[in-house]
Write a protein that binds this ligand. Sequence first.
Ligand code: AMP
Ligand code: MN
Ligand code: MN
Length: 360
Amino acid sequence: MTEPSGGSAGGALAEATPPAGAGPTEADWAAGVAAVQGLPPDGRVLLICHVNPDGDALGSMLGFGLGLRRLGVRRIQATFPGPPEVPVPFLGLPGLDLLVPATEAYPDPDLVICFDAAGESRLGELADRLETAGAALVLDHHASNTRFGRINLVDPHAAATSVVAEGLLTRLGVPLDAGIAECLYVALSTDTGSFRFEATTPAVHQLAARLLATGIRPGDISRRIFDTRPFGAVRLFGEVLGRARLEPAAAAGHGLVWTYATQDDLARHDQRPYVLEALIDSVRCTAEADVSCVVKQTTTGDWAVSMRSKGAVDVSRVAVALGGGGHRFAAGFTGSGTVDEVVDRIRAELDGALTGPGGR
Ligand code: AMP
Ligand code: MN
Ligand code: MN
């Protein structure tokens, strides 16, 4: 997910990453190309995306994996940390046959490539591959990316990691086909909120045009990804939205709206956790609040927090302060304790973010 709104195009992200804001240099791209072209015959490539993968994580990883296959690379695995459960909306993605459970991932691949992960912690139990692999390449677009690869193709101005993935595929001479294009389109459309967010530059639409020209069907894809959910999820959303709280005085008067969902809520409506990913979009439209949060209980009893801002508050600063990361207008972290304790921490950081050094 990237910035939902506000700010000048790209400028907001650049601010958070002064020296590296420019994105990959030609030398970085050349190193990325060399890492792929220098694979030994029958070399093993491990592709990893971040935990709880979203459309950009899965789409950029699988699209790139299909591109490697077109180059003739035969031993390719794609994976992500945690349970090997692909959210239902992504079950139609091309390239799913590349996926293996994290427990079966090559322990010492010739090349590891990480997608859409701002830091090693987002790779969970797979982070050790950065050391054990022959070469380690990071493809990402988070301003907060820690450059944890040996080669880092990180472009904070890119609307999605798929933009970086397409850049590398092009430099490798891989032509777009419908399978690659569908993966990259899912990634691009999810991270730009269906081409609504500020990062939706002319270049994003030009890339979308190239992807659509392969014959993929945007109506079908969007219906599957954005406009389909089980009836139980519709009822669950009703309940969870019904308990949303608006705090107009929070965030130094810019306003906070938040709600939460527990494992028990999911169980009562017989729903899988992925359905909660779309909740933030229904909460963040609240006119009276700049900041919105959804606090989601994980299977371990911790809370995965999604935060969004309309522009007055840099929620990535709040998320980073609380151990997470993200973008200025879309960020997250994982917290423990009760819901009230987690929201208390958010309130305190929101006040700090607006009044502390560098606050606005
Ligand atoms: P989400 O609310 O899950 O859609 O995430 C919004 C943004 O915050 C994405 O760019 C994520 O990569 C980032 N993010 C979410 N949770 C975390 C976390 N625990 N640590 C670092 N970044 C996160
Ligand atoms: Mn992501
Ligand atoms: Mn992304």
